[in-house]
Structures are given as structure tokens and as C-alpha cells.
Design a protein around this ligand. Structure first.
Ligand SMILES: [Zn+2]
Length: 519
């Protein structure tokens, strides 16, 4: 009896190895993941490990041996992605299913050989079990310590900035306000970039938009280099450089920015003006679900939406098929997004404010020019930045869907709507592990194509910068009184997103900048 208790005490390590990948992932991505996100994956993997363990126990009837096999399998299963990326860097230029097949066979071979050895062993393996338990506890200590330190360092800084929002409920008899569609097409580059870098002529699409009275500024730039910074700034109608002071120049923490997206200013303004706010689930953390929205659409599959699960599967032995796993979910969401944008105005009598952050033409490239399904040949989701044809094919599909909904919305709206086609940043074809002037110019070149009820708004033609776009719209259509801001552009890199170089004169006046700031 005493012996059995001892066996059990030191055989619980499969649970340690089941929770380790989640805890470790969280500790490495504290700036991206919310601690609450890990409860579901932890419970899931603990249940799975217990099931595997129970099945093995029923077969081999030995608790010590089966627990060792379960721990080993879990460890190798979740370590696979890391090994694959090391092998990828060392030996292969690209990892296709063939390379994965070789590596997977090796991994499975190791599991089978060691498991056989464990099963056949004449020893009780108590010591092995004890050592495995100690290893299991030790590897958990470091990430737990990191999480604890990080959590204690982060305080909540959310300053409820108090720009007055003017409410206009008293003049409810006025004519119907225009529906507002703010469509962020992730990484959509301007016509010149497409011509010069991608050898692609986008003039047919631009002509279409012009024929629908869109204002097409000659050249626009995003104010920041990456989605989370640009979208935070856009939705809050302001620069966000104060975040450097709040989170620190060396920080990668995104909580405050995400919170600013979740509680954004533009939706407070539209709400105060009697609008129904609608967010379309982007599938990406910060714009998946927005609390300020009255409705969040197209996010049916919250399980596959979990950033934690996506990263776990990517690092596991399911890595080769993970593109496949998320493919149908991704496609359904894109289809749902465009359908919702075209039809939502019919669902309510109130004016609608629709925000949709759509991962098009951003890779991976699932769509051909006419919407035919592509199966990305690469087994990973990285490395698509250099694929010119994949990109321009998906761009043509994006154009096709945009044309469809623009035509439908303009035809069916009783009051002419506001439609903004905006990209949060440009492409990264010229990026080569080194930040150059060419790359900064390419990355910051975005689009801002705008349809307004009267297409004679000089303020937009004179000052085509997105920092003032929603201010101008708020002043003209939503009874606000914003001042206009000076045009400024800030570049930072992903390593230190809050450490900015002012690139305004470089972008607008072609003046030199010191790229040593980053390299
Ligand atoms: Zn983006």
C-alpha cells in the first residue's frame, strides 16, 4: 500500500508536462496574451494527458511506466515546432511537407523506441519517475517566476482621457445621419508601390473607385509601422506617443494599446450620436471583439480564435497541418466579413458605424484573383512577404470583394454613406533583416480612399492624413469640435515598438534619416 502511494506521488508528472507548454508560452508572450487566455488550454491539455495516461495504463497496467511514456510524448509533441524551426534555419531554405515528414518520422521513432524500452525494462523505474517529476517542476519554475515578476511590474495606467464628446440627442428630428464604414485592409499598398515593387497595375480598381466618387489622395502614409499602433491611433483620433512614457521605451507590452482599441473614442462619439456600432471579428487579438461595439460579428469560432491555441498548435507536432486547421476558419471569417458589411445596414433603422479590420491582402495567400481557393504550398505561415504573385493575386480578390460591397452599399443606402478604405501600413517586400530607408518608405506607404456624402470636401484633399480623417468626419457629420493635428509620422521596429524615430521629413520632404537608430 505504502509502495503504491509512493508510486502515485511521483507519477503525476504528465500533468506538469501538459501545462508546461501553456505556461511557457504565456511567459514568453506576456506582452501579447492575457493571463485569462490560458485557462482553457491548460484544462484541455490536462484532460488530454489524463486520458492518454489512462488508456496506456489500461494496456500496460503499470502506473510508473505509463506516466513516463505520457510525459515523454507530451514533451516531444510540444517541442516539435521549436526543433522544426531550428532545423529550418540550419538546413532547409524552406520547410515543405516533405521536410516535415522526415522530422515527424524521427520524432515518432524516438517516442516508439524509448516507450518500448520503458515497457520492456525489468526495473521498477521509480528513480526515473522521481527524476522526471523533479525535471517537470524545475522547468515550470522559471516561466512562473517570469510571469510573477512581469505581473507585479505592470500597473494599470489607463487614463480616461477627457475630451468632451458632444451628444446630439436633442436634435433627433434632423435628417438621417450617414452610415459610416471604416474598412481596414491590412497591408494594402498604394498604386505607386504596386507599380514599382510588385510590377502590378492597379489602375482599373482605382478608376472604379473614382467613378464611385471616392477621393483618392496621391500619396498617404500610415502614422505608425504596424497594425496595433496604427489602429489604436486611428480609432482614438490621436497620436499615441504618450504610450512610451506609460509602458517604457523598451517594452513590448500591448495591453494598454489593446485596451484603447477595446474602449476606443470613435465608437463613443458615434454612440453619442445615435449610431449602432458594429465590429467585424478580424481573427486577430485586438480587433476580434471590441467592447465598445454593440455588435461583434463573424466571430463564431472562439476556440480557433484563441491566440494561445494557435501558437500552441504551431509549436507542436501538428505544425505541418496547422495551416490546414485554420484555413477553413479563416476563409469562413473573410466570407462572413464581406457579407456582413454589405447587408448590415438593412438590419437596423439607426445609422450604423461599421469597423472591419480585414486580413487582406495580408498573407498567407489563400485566395486566387477571382476567389478561387489556393492551398499555400508552404507548411508555415511565415515567409509570404516575398511572394509577389501570391500577394497580387490576393489583392485582386480583395479588389473584387471591395467592388461588390461598395456597389451594393452605394446602391442601397437611402442617405449616401461614408466609406473609408484604409490600410494600417504597407508591405514589406524590401525588408531584409535590416531597416533601410527603402523599407521604411514601403512600409509606411498606405492607402486612404474615402467616399463622402458630398465629394467636395476640401479639408480632405488639402490634408490627406489619417490622423485628422476621423476628426474631420466627426466635425462635419457627428457634431464634434476637434482641432486638427499637425502631420507626423513615427517609425519603430517590432523589437521596440514604442521607441520611435520621427520620419516625417523623410517621408514628406525626402530628407535623410539615420537608420542606425534601429540597426
Ligand atoms: Zn496590419
Amino acid at each position: 500500500m505504502k509502495q503504491e502511494i509512493k508510486q502515485l506521488t511521483f507519477s503525476f508528472h504528465p500533468i506538469l508536462f501538459a501545462i508546461f507548454p501553456v505556461i511557457s508560452l504565456l511567459s514568453e508572450n506576456m506582452h501579447l496574451l492575457l493571463p485569462s487566455e490560458i485557462f482553457f488550454p491548460i484544462s484541455l491539455f490536462v484532460v488530454v494527458s489524463i486520458c492518454i495516461w489512462a488508456i496506456l495504463y489500461l494496456i500496460f497496467k503499470n502506473i510508473v511506466k505509463t506516466s513516463l511514456i505520457t510525459s515523454l510524448s507530451f514533451f516531444l509533441f510540444f517541442a516539435y515546432g521549436h526543433f522544426a524551426s531550428i532545423v529550418y534555419d540550419l538546413f532547409f531554405q524552406e520547410t515543405t511537407f516533405k521536410e516535415h515528414l522526415i522530422l515527424l518520422s524521427i520524432f515518432l521513432g524516438i517516442i516508439i523506441v524509448i516507450s518500448r524500452f520503458i515497457v520492456k525494462s525489468k526495473h521498477s523505474l521509480h528513480n526515473a519517475s522521481l527524476i522526471t517529476t523533479i525535471i517537470g517542476i524545475s522547468i515550470l519554475l522559471f516561466p512562473i517566476l517570469m510571469i510573477a515578476t512581469y505581473s507585479s511590474e505592470q500597473t494599470s495606467f489607463i487614463d480616461d482621457e477627457n475630451t468632451p464628446i458632444f451628444s446630439s440627442m436633442e436634435n433627433s428630428n434632423e435628417i438621417q445621419k450617414p452610415d459610416i464604414y471604416l474598412i481596414v485592409l491590412d497591408s494594402y499598398p498604394d498604386e505607386k508601390i504596386l507599380n514599382n515593387l510588385f510590377d502590378f497595375d492597379n489602375s482599373e480598381f482605382i478608376s472604379f473607385l473614382s467613378s464611385k466618387n471616392f477621393i483618392i489622395p496621391e500619396k498617404t502614409f500610415s502614422h505608425y509601422h504596424t497594425s496595433f499602433l496604427t489602429i489604436t491611433s486611428l480609432l482614438n483620433l490621436d497620436y499615441i506617443n504618450h504610450l512610451t512614457v506609460d509602458v517604457g521605451e523598451n517594452s513590448k507590452n500591448r495591453f494598454q494599446a489593446y485596451k484603447m482599441i477595446d474602449q476606443n473614442k470613435i465608437m463613443k462619439i458615434t454612440k453619442s450620436q445615435g449610431y449602432v456600432n458594429i465590429n467585424i471579428d478580424s481573427g486577430w487579438e485586438a480587433t476580434r471583439y471590441i467592447s465598445s461595439a454593440d455588435l461583434n460579428l463573424c466571430g463564431k469560432n472562439q476556440f480557433l480564435n484563441s491566440q494561445t491555441i494557435v501558437m500552441m498548435i504551431k509549436n507542436s507536432m501538428l505544425n505541418p497541418v496547422y495551416v490546414k486547421i485554420f484555413e477553413s476558419d479563416y476563409r469562413n471569417r473573410i466570407t462572413c466579413s464581406f457579407n456582413s458589411i454589405s447587408t448590415i445596414q438593412n438590419e437596423t433603422k439607426q445609422p450604423v458605424f461599421v469597423f472591419a479590420h480585414i486580413f487582406l491582402p495580408h498573407g498567407p495567400y489563400y485566395w486566387g484573383p477571382n476567389g478561387e481557393y489556393n492551398i499555400p504550398t508552404k507548411a508555415t505561415l511565415e515567409g509570404f512577404h516575398k511572394d509577389k504573385t501570391g500577394f497580387t493575386d490576393q489583392l485582386q480578390f480583395t479588389n473584387k470583394k471591395v467592388k461588390e460591397f461598395v456597389t451594393k452599399i452605394l446602391d442601397e443606402s437611402e442617405t449616401p454613406p461614408i466609406i473609408i478604405l484604409f490600410s494600417d501600413h504597407g508591405t514589406m517586400l524590401t525588408y531584409d533583416d535590416h531597416i533601410s530607408e527603402d523599407f521604411i518608405f514601403e512600409r509606411m506607404s498606405n492607402i486612404m480612399y474615402v467616399h463622402l456624402p458630398e465629394n467636395n470636401l476640401e479639408s480632405l484633399n488639402n490634408n490627406p492624413s489619417s490622423i485628422n480623417l476621423l476628426r474631420m468626419i466627426s466635425n462635419n457629420y457627428l457634431n464634434q469640435e476637434f482641432l486638427y493635428l499637425e502631420d507626423k509620422y513615427y517609425f519603430s521596429d517590432d523589437k521596440k515598438p514604442y521607441r520611435w524615430l520621427d520620419v516625417t521629413d523623410f517621408l514628406l520632404k525626402n530628407e535623410k534619416i539615420d537608420t542606425n537608430f534601429f540597426n
